[in-house]
Design a protein around this ligand. Structure first.
Ligand code: SF4
Length: 224
């Protein structure tokens, strides 16, 4: 017998917050997060700042999918810089760190620092990110970076809500299928592309082709 999907919980911002700036890594991860926030009547905007994504063609594909979904719902989309040189400068010496290691903490820190700065300068009192919804990410690592970034600004809070809860992780996949999002096959940076390809080759699988037709039956292999 099919189980009934859990109904959505009406969410409220922490610390009495009124406006949320949501850092988005990609459409597959932010689709469910956005729908949860919309269903909760929370005022928010999307902040797309992901200079980690390599190559540029992949970055453009992920961003375009995210822009289209935000436009469909009338959600403001803030397209921040693609300052790859700054990202590589911070990644120097971390090129061979594994995923979920210290290079990823740096990567989250950098993106959330910029999100927090924008929030501070534009009247948002809460920030959060879609990054934590992926089961391939360590939520404690994502949250630690977010809390650290927000702590630089008085009155700014990082919302550590677990987006995977109450069916969120499953809805993320369902929404991606329904919307036909571009589905990435690696986390995002050149090093994750290198390592994912090496793993695929070791398993006898073909290398990743940037811009391959999305496979709406499959969840993203990771999120940026
Ligand atoms: S593996 Fe992903 S989270 Fe880690 S540094 Fe690369 S893009 Fe950032």
């Amino acid at each position: 017998m099919a189980s009934t999907p859990p109904s959505r919980q009406k969410l409220t911002l922490p610390a009495g917050g009124r406006r949320l700036l949501l850092h988005s890594c990609c459409a597959p991860c932010s689709g469910e997060v956005m729908e949860a926030i919309i269903a909760s009547d929370i005022e928010f905007a999307i902040f797309f700042y992901n200079p980690n994504i390599h190559p540029r063609a992949e970055y453009d594909l992920r961003k375009a999918s995210n822009i289209a979904f935000a436009a469909k719902h009338g959600i403001p989309f803030i397209d921040a810089d693609y300052d790859v040189a700054a990202w590589y400068a911070r990644a120097r010496g971390l090129e061979h760190e594994p995923e979920r290691g210290i290079r990823c903490s740096m990567c989250f820190d950098m993106r959330f620092e910029r999100t927090a700065l924008h929030a501070h300068e534009h009247g948002f009192d809460v920030i959060s990110s879609s990054l934590g919804i992926s089961r391939l990410k360590r939520m404690d690592q994502v949250n630690a970076s977010g809390v650290r970034a927000a702590s630089h600004y008085p009155g700014l809070t990082y919302w550590t809500w677990n987006w995977r809860k109450q069916g969120g992780a499953d809805r993320m996949v369902d929404i991606s299928k329904r919307e036909g999002f571009y589905m990435q096959e690696y986390c995002g940076c050149a090093y994750s592309l290198r390592d994912t390809n090496a793993d695929r080759e070791a398993r006898g699988r073909p290398r990743i082709v940037i811009g391959h037709p999305h496979r709406p039956d499959a969840p993203p292999s990771s999120s940026s």
